[in-house]
Write a protein that binds this ligand. Structure first.
Ligand SMILES: Cc1ncc(COP(=O)(O)O)c(C=O)c1O
Length: 379
């Protein structure tokens, strides 16, 4: 049986990227590797839509989230954490670990934060130094309105907009320079269709000004070190050499495909998956604010999503993600990031339909597949 990894990270990696990473190791302190590293940083700037340096860290995405806090804030500072899911919650945990005071803006799971609530929180708490948020909250499938929020922070020197774009960058446009984002983070095992192990982070000049005042401890993830070395086409510590080689292959591919086409792939797969499931009565968990990086679908009433997830794995070798905490047993999550295509989307919808028939759910078999298939014809 084939294995289909259809989770919103890690995602399948294309063969041409695997082959690139299978090449013999290159020593990192050589001009040969420095050119590869430099080329990757140039490619990343295009995806981040910025002229600032994009730093490549040998860590998972959380490492870059940790660095965003430790490099810009100080003990006792206050941060506004938008918490509408597990990754919003993670911002709060990181702040707590560093002694940063968390002002939490709770958002109902499956809903996007309201810009006016952010405005109000900033008005009520003048001490807030940073807004910590996700562009795409992977636990709920919600896209938060980053462009709108950036309009509040762009012309304020005293508040940073720190965006976890781990399942956003590369999946849909997050315009760092144009919107005036202060920190943006991406991760390798998501839309960059690489194995886990790299995080990417970019800082605005305003964020670097905060760096100068920050008193939180930092060493391995001291971003100034990473920045200075990046200008010299290298990194302060041994980089994840073969992952960076793979990254270069991915970025070359993105360049050939064009960012608009890359984003369109995600949009079409997302629309097809959501409409496909809706046509057989399964609801979108994040209506009106779905991130196109993944689809989060509610299982029918009286059917535990765990049954669907288990059935997909046992019968078809398809791995999709479930829900956590309050969403456990209620949702399943399917990636549109990585080396997945229309065939994968059709297969997983067909697989779910089959499991639902076994679970005696009443619907028109085949309707989800045909609805999705018509939309996927755009690709
Ligand atoms: C939105 C978001 N933030 C943060 C993370 C954490 O990244 P990592 O698991 O690479 O540390 C993830 C990973 O799933 C994510 O989807």
């Amino acid at each position: 049986m084939k294995n289909y990894v259809l989770t919103p990270g890690p995602v399948p990696v294309p063969e041409f990227v695997m082959l690139e990473m299978a090449k013999p190791i290159i020593h990192h302190r050589t001009s040969e590797f420095e050119e590869i590293f430099y080329k990757a940083t140039l490619g990343l700037k295009k995806v981040f839509m910025t002229n600032e340096e994009v730093l490549i860290l040998a860590s998972s995405g959380t490492g870059a989230m940790d660095a965003a806090v430790s490099n810009t804030l100080s003990k006792g500072d206050s941060a506004l954490v938008v918490n509408g899911g597990k990754f919003g919650e993670r911002w709060a945990k990181i702040c707590n670990a560093y002694g940063v005071n968390v002002i939490e803006l709770k958002v109902e799971w499956g809903k996007a934060v309201k810009v006016k609530d952010i405005e109000k929180a900033l008005d009520d708490n003048k001490e807030i130094k940073a807004i910590l948020i996700q562009a795409s909250e992977t636990s709920t499938g919600v896209e938060h309105p980053i462009e709108e929020i950036s309009k509040i922070t762009k012309n304020r020197d005293d508040v940073l907009l720190v965006v976890d774009g781990i399942t956003a960058v590369g999946a849909f446009p997050v315009e760092f320079d144009k919107w005036g984002i202060d920190i943006l983070i991406g991760g390798s095992q998501k839309a960059f269709m690489l194995p886990p192990g790299l995080a990417f982070i970019s800082l605005s000049q305003k964020a670097w000004n905060f760096y100068e005042k920050s008193d939180l401890p930092k060493f391995y993830l001291d971003l100034k070190q990473a920045y200075k070395n990046s200008l010299k086409k290298t990194s302060p510590w041994t980089p994840a050499v073969n992952l960076v080689m793979g990254l270069n292959a991915v970025l070359e591919y993105f360049d050939k495909l064009g960012l608009d086409n890359l984003f369109k792939r995600h949009t079409v797969m997302s629309e097809a998956t959501i409409k496909g499931f809706e046509s057989i009565g399964l609801e979108n968990f994040a209506p009106g604010c779905s991130s196109t990086a993944l689809s989060v679908i509610k299982s029918p009433e009286h059917i535990n999503a765990g049954e669907i997830i288990k059935g997909l794995k046992n019968k078809y070798g398809m791995i999709v993600a479930g829900g956590q905490d309050q969403a456990k047993g209620k949702i399943f999550r399917i990636t549109h990031m990585g080396y997945v295509d229309k065939g994968d989307m059709i297969s997983v919808i067909a697989g779910v339909e089959n499991i639902l028939q076994e679970l005696k759910y009443d619907f028109t078999p085949g309707l989800g597949v045909s609805t999705a298939s018509n939309i996927l014809d755009q690709l």
